[in-house]
Design a binder for this molecule. Structure first.
Ligand code: UDP
Length: 209
């Protein structure tokens, strides 16, 4: 049995990064004892184990580092920023900006992510990653909120709440490796188009309640 095994890793391995955008060669800046650490260090440890299994057992590993992803079928209450903002906008509730809202994220539509993951699984055995998968379009949380308000036509207002501990200030994937290793892959769905599909999904979901 020579099954391939995929580790769905994360941009959180880069922590609150001092290198921008983040390439796979950057080792990251993660707080080992903070409130996010169980997730961040857990994911880093999983990558370590994958590479130990590669070295010791020649396991056929593939490691992808997934940056912020969104799309239909997100859970309305999972607390992610895209789902929070859309649900709040559709309900006419205040949009909750954590901190000053100038922190950035780069949002990848789910179909683009899945395409890259499928292509990763089809690569030759000597391609293990880690490989960044994400959309390099970078936005502040204020910009995201404004886009969601404009696309939904909502009357919601922005309110500021405290920033969670160790919240990364900036995040954008360097996808040069993904482009070259995954046959020219790059994200195809622009933010406004992906948001529209996600808004339609949540609109339907909320109308069923
Ligand atoms: N965020 C926000 N309001 C929310 C939820 C999240 O301003 O209602 C911010 C959060 O502080 C972070 C960014 O949005 O800076 C992305 O948060 P998310 O939890 O979606 O992803 P992650 O922090 O894991 O990248």
């Amino acid at each position: 049995m020579r099954a391939r095994i995929l580790q769905a890793s994360t941009s959180e391995v880069y922590g609150d990064p001092e290198v921008h955008p983040q390439a796979e060669s950057y080792w990251g800046r993660v707080n080992p004892i903070g409130t996010r650490s169980c997730y961040d260090e857990g994911k880093r440890c999983a990558e370590t184990l994958f590479f130990d299994y590669l070295r010791q057992h020649k396991l056929r590993i593939k490691v992808v580092r997934i940056f912020n992803t969104y799309g239909p079928r997100m859970h309305p209450n999972d607390g992610r920023v895209v789902s929070n903002f859309i649900v709040q906008a559709l309900k006419g509730e205040d949009i909750t900006i954590y901190g000053d809202g100038r922190q950035t994220r780069s949002f990848c539509y789910v179909d683009d992510l899945i395409e890259a993951m499928n292509r990763t699984m089809e690569t030759a055995d000597d391609f293990t990653g880690p490989v960044n998968i994400g959309n390099p379009g970078e936005f502040t949380m204020i910009e995201l909120a404004e886009q969601v308000i404009s696309l939904t036509g909502s009357k919601s207002r922005l309110v500021h709440l405290p920033l969670p501990a160790d919240d990364p200030k900036q995040r954008r994937p360097d996808i040069a490796l993904a482009k070259s290793a995954l046959g020219g892959w790059e994200p195809k769905v622009p933010l406004a188009e992906g948001l529209n599909k996600t808004i339609a999904y949540f609109d339907q979901l909320l109308s069923e309640r």
